[in-house]
Design a protein. Structure first.
Length: 67
């Protein structure tokens, strides 16, 4: 397990976890969010291939509809 920071809170995830795995853990649909990893936006098509490292800082921004 490794420790990462997600939206300001510390979490533990498996050492081989990807952004897609993290979104699954939080039940966030990939098409309904943007993800920043260590200050850089990650494209949706890279979520499955982008692995998380110890002390990674992740921001998950959920899209909301409305007016």
């Amino acid at each position: 397990m490794i420790k990462i920071i997600v939206n300001g809170r510390e979490w533990q995830v498996p050492a081989d976890a990807s952004i897609a795995d993290l979104l699954g853990k939080f039940k966030v649909p990939p098409r309904a969010c943007a993800v920043e990893l260590n200050g850089r936006i990650v494209k949706r098509d890279k979520f499955q291939k982008t692995s998380l490292k110890e002390q990674a800082v992740v921001e998950i921004i959920r899209m909301m509809g409305g007016g």
